[in-house]
Every structure is written in C-alpha cells, then in structure tokens.
Design a protein around this ligand. Structure first.
Ligand code: PLP
Length: 408
C-alpha cells in the first residue's frame, strides 16, 4: 500500500474549502461535496480523510492515474530545464511529440493548443479554409451528428448537435447542420456543394458513450471520399489509448483527414492537438493559426511519457482491464437486478444504462462506497486510468458491488 498521509484531514478542513469555493468560484459546475487533496495511481484522498478509487480520470485526462512517477519526473525535468518559450522558436519536446503522434497515427502534421475545444476550433478553421481553396468561397459548411459534443466555445457549441447547449448563448456562428447518427441516408441527403466536411466522434462520449456501428463509420468514410469532402474525427475523449487502440478510428478501418485529441494526451496537463492527414497538411500557413501556450515544453514532455507507456504492451493491458471491468459489471448487474445489460462504448470508455436506478443516483451511492464514477446523458460512465492495476480494479468492482447491494 502506498503510504499517503492524510494527517490534518478533517471534516472541518473539507467544509472550509467547500464554503470558500461556494463564495468565490463562479459555479458553472454542479460539484459533489468532495474536496480532493491527494492521489496516487487510481486512488485519491479527500480533505476529510476518505479514500476513493477513481474511475473518472478527471474525465479521461489522467491516463496514467494520479502522479505516475515516470510522467511526474518527465514533466519535472523539463520544468526545471526550459518551462516555456514562444512558438517563434523550435523546442525538442514539441518536435518529438509531433513526430511520435504522426508516426503512430499515419497522420502527417501536428498543431498543438491547450484543450479539446481549441483543437476542434482549429480543425474547423482548417476545414473551412480547405473548402475555400479546393471548392470555392461558399464551400464552408460542416455536418456533425446529433447527440455529439465538440466543446464549449461558441463555434464548437454550434458544432455540437444537442439542443440543450444552444439556449441563451445565441447568436452562434453559422455553417453547421446535424445528421442522425448511424443513418447514412440522413447524412447523404444533407451533403451539397457547400459542404466541406463531416465531423464525428467514433464513440459519442458526452452523448452517452455510444459507439457508431462499423457499417455506418465505413459508409461515412466512403461517402466523404466519393463527394471529395473531409472527414474530421474528434478523438478528444476516445483518443490516446482510451478505447484499447491508440485512436478509435483504428477499430473501424478508416483514415480521417483531420484528427483532434486532447483530454488523455497530456496525462493531467492541458494540451490539445490537431493532426492533419495527407489531404489537409499545409492548409494552415504562417500567421493563420496560433496559440501562445500551445506546445508548452513541459506539457509535451508529459504527453510523450503518456505515449511511451501506451506501447503495444500498454494497449494490451488496457484491453485486458477493459474485459475484467466489463465482465465484472455485467455480473454485478445480473446478480442484483436479474437483468442483462450490454456494456456500451469501447475499451476503457465504458457506458451502461442501469436497470432500476438513474445514473445520477448510482454515482452518488458509489461515492458513499468510495468509488468515483461519471454520468453521460442517461448512462453511468466509467473512464478509469488506463494503467489501473489488477488490485485497484478488483477493489473498484468490490466497491461497486457494495453500492449495487444497496439498491436491491
Ligand atoms: C471533452 C470533449 C471536448 C471538449 O474538450 P475541452 O478540453 O473541455 O475543451 C470536445 N470533444 C469531445 C468529444 C469531448 O469529449
């Protein structure tokens, strides 16, 4: 057992943090009444001393769990050597990360920013410019899918195919329309001479952890190729090993023209990347796109530590763990409800519609039993650290079982 001191942790210490936060932080999040102070691997500790197994990874961010020693020393070594320069100069970590991402994805060029929304925003700019250059100035429309999620900036919100996000923030940038997922005729009927791209998540994350069908994904790829338009693949949640392959598109045997990633890439530090394929590389020229913090050397060093761990062995482990958790969950649901449930998503991106209990109630009961989980729409969502150990996994399933018992 890792020796973690929770000395000085009290209910009072937790309450003090929570009440000051309530006073001074603009509450755009419905926070749980937990103040986390420390983490190691898949375990973390709250200010009141309580231990949790974390099956959220900071929403798919802490790929290697909390404070992984290799990741921490890579970041620290870079921080104490050269913590930031502008993008007017070359730096090795940026170069090496771009090379690693391109080599392992088959994409040709990388651009670095700081978040998923920023990566998608840049991808949308690139697709529009590509449309202008190749098909004329009115070719700038992008079709996305219903139940998609692409970010919180005005343009990525406009790209998001969920009505609930479109309230009270209008006017939005125009040029987006939304097709029915897994329905190729819906998409085909919407493409016209002003369409420059289709943008999809292979597994819709915030939309409920719903994987596109194999046949549909293949048909989208073929349709885009036939109509001479771009396929943009938002891998902000699915990318960097989360689904058991480095990128989700590898499961589908398709090759997108632009791939965005963020969340899990940095292992806990902010980074977003746009990867450009053969057709789109060189679209954005000097002066056309930038990000002051983008390609920060320490952040890139951390991302390289993440990629290095997600080698063949690392990805094999992700798939083994995914199998254990999926089987465990199916068993628990069957034993406590008598019902069989398909566990949705891919790899360690797990979503399940629970019988008899809402996802939100399930998360709250999980907290009582020391396990942190998420919701996605109507579903319970698990995004465990990709390096969660067999012991931590067994402990997590035990705690989930105890939580399930309380619903019987
Ligand atoms: C989280 C997410 C985003 C937004 O990423 P941020 O880093 O929060 O801006 C975009 N697309 C998908 C698929 C996501 O899951």
């Amino acid at each position: 057992m890792t020796n973690v001191s929770t000395q000085g942790s009290t209910q009072g210490a937790a309450q003090a943090i929570i009440s000051r936060d309530n006073t001074y932080v603009e509450h755009t999040y419905a926070r749980f009444p937990i103040a986390l102070v420390k983490g190691q691997g898949a375990r973390c500790w709250a200010a009141d001393g309580k231990e949790y197994i974390d099956l959220t990874s900071g929403i798919g961010v802490n790929s290697l769990g909390f404070c992984d020693p290799e990741w921490t020393s890579a970041v620290y070594a870079q921080l104490t050597t050269l913590q930031h320069t502008s993008n007017l100069y070359y730096t090795e970590p940026c170069t090496t990360l771009a090379e690693a991402l391109c080599t392992r994805s088959g994409m040709k060029k990388a651009f670095f920013g700081n978040s998923g929304a920023e990566a998608n925003e840049g991808a949308i700019k690139a697709a529009r410019k590509w449309g202008h250059v190749h098909h004329g100035p009115s070719c700038h429309n992008i079709i996305t899918l219903k139940q998609s999620f692409h970010g919180r900036t005005l343009t990525t919100l406009a790209a998001t195919g969920q009505e609930q996000f479109h309230k009270e923030f209008d006017p939005f940038p125009t040029g987006f329309s939304y097709a029915e997922p897994n329905d190729i005729t819906s998409l085909e009927s919407m493409i016209d001479e002003n369409t420059c791209a289709v943008m999809i998540e292979f597994v819709q994350g915030e939309g409920g952890v719903r994987a596109l069908t194999q046949g549909y994904a293949k048909a989208v790829d073929e349709l885009c190729a036939r109509r001479g338009i771009l396929l943009i693949d938002d891998e902000v949640q699915t990318g960097i090993g989360r689904t058991g392959k480095l990128f989700a598109y590898e499961h589908y045997g398709v090759m997108p023209d632009i791939v965005t990633c963020a969340k899990g890439l940095g292992g806990g530090l902010p980074i977003g990347a746009i990867l450009f394929g053969e057709k789109t590389k060189g679209t954005l020229q000097p002066g056309e796109h930038a990000s002051t913090f983008g390609a920060n050397p320490a952040v890139c060093a951390g991302a390289l530590a993440v990629l290095n761990r997600l080698n063949e062995d690392g990805l094999r482990q992700v798939n083994l763990t995914a199998q254990t958790i999926r089987t465990g969950l199916t068993d628990i649901i069957r034993r406590y409800s008598g019902m069989t449930r398909d566990i949705g998503g891919l790899g360690l991106m797990i979503g399940v519609s629970l019988p008899m209990v809402s996802a939100k109630d399930a998360v709250n009961v999980g907290i009582k039993h020391g396990v942190l989980t998420l919701t996605a729409h109507d579903r319970l969502r698990l995004l465990p650290p990709l390096t969660i150990t067999p012991d931590e996994t067994a402990d997590a399933l035990n705690r989930i079982e105890k939580a399930a018992r309380s619903f019987r």
